[in-house]
Design a protein around this ligand. Structure first.
Ligand code: ATP
Ligand code: MG
Length: 279
């Protein structure tokens, strides 16, 4: 399979076509953004860690029957994935209140929720990915009731699995964001998990100290993002002292640089809201 042209460049990843129309390559960049792109940096080694961590989580989810887009990791920064039509909703799953919900509703940071809470945000950077109600999804036909029912069932299984996986390595899964898409094959369409699951898209706190091991280190200027992501990878058993990843300096402290935003690619995406597989 050969790598083709760039289809889309997002804030954290680049998607390339391949010679197989059903598959694309997802490249993990070192760019970090927060607060709807207002804060930007490049953190050397982040993409390598996220590629490995996301591969680990998605392949484990695959083993418990959660269909997802991962085909295989190609190298340190790239993975082959199934091309889907992304449902334009970010599904936020909360076990403990932190982040936007704390500001929005005045809940105390760290409040443990009795049940997992699922929130929906419209995937639209121009609007700041606004929180929406489930009825908005049906009113504007972003997904069907049947699709949301399937997604919610998958989310609860994913959450149960991930809580256990992280708890086993001394990490609390506070919340995370998921994306799902429609995958068409052999004339059938199925809903599968897409995008990534990594410390960029989860809140992860050390079980004993509550130390943040996720992108909040960047959002809140806490520093030491790479050591925190490396810690997550090591605890999950992905990285060992002698791994290749250290050869590309991921254990070194990040270098922070300004990056240039690719407007043309961004505009393309905002209009379409997602890739639409041909055929
Ligand atoms: N299997 C897939 N098929 C098609 N598109 C995908 C797939 N998995 C993820 N994507 C999309 O690819 C893009 C990945 O890039 P990135 O995460 O950097 O985007 P982003 O800047 O966060 O923008 P967005 O607001 O679109 O998520 C996202 O738009 C994501 O929705
Ligand atoms: Mg994204």
């Amino acid at each position: 399979m050969k790598k083709g042209k760039k289809l889309y460049e997002g804030k954290a990843k680049i998607i390339y076509a391949t010679t197989d129309k059903d598959l694309v390559i997802q490249y993990f960049k070192d760019d970090a953004t927060a607060f709807n792109n207002l804060k930007k940096s490049t953190i050397e080694g982040k993409g390598v860690l996220n590629n490995r961590i996301s591969e680990h989580i998605l392949s484990n989810l695959g083993q418990i029957g959660i269909k997802n887009h991962l085909v295989k990791r190609l190298n340190m920064r790239e993975q082959v994935i199934k091309l889907v039509e992304i449902i334009p909703i970010e599904f936020i799953v909360r076990n403990v209140a932190s982040g936007s919900i704390v500001k929005r509703l005045g809940i105390e940071d760290g409040t443990v929720l009795k049940e997992p809470l699922i929130e929906y945000c419209l995937k639209d950077d121009n609007l700041g990915d606004p929180l929406i109600a489930e009825d908005h999804i049906y009113a504007f036909e972003w997904a069907t009731k049947n699709e949301i029912e399937k997604v919610r069932k998958m989310i609860l299984r994913i959450n149960d699995f991930m809580i256990g996986m992280f708890r086993g390595v001394g990490i609390k899964l506070i919340d995370f964001k998921l994306e799902f898409g429609r995958y068409k094959s052999n004339g059938k369409t199925e809903i599968i998990l897409a995008d990534e699951i990594s410390p960029d898209t989860c809140r992860l706190w050390d079980s004993v100290t509550d130390k943040k091991l996720d992108k909040d280190r960047f959002r809140k200027d806490l520093g030491d993002l790479i050591p925190a992501y490396t810690e997550v990878a090591k605890r999950l058993g992905i990285l060992h002292e002698q791994s290749n990843v250290s050869a590309v300096n991921v254990t070194k402290l990040s270098s922070i640089k300004k990056r240039k935003w690719n407007e043309s690619v961004c505009n393309y995406h905002i209009k379409k809201r997602c890739f639409r597989p041909t055929g």
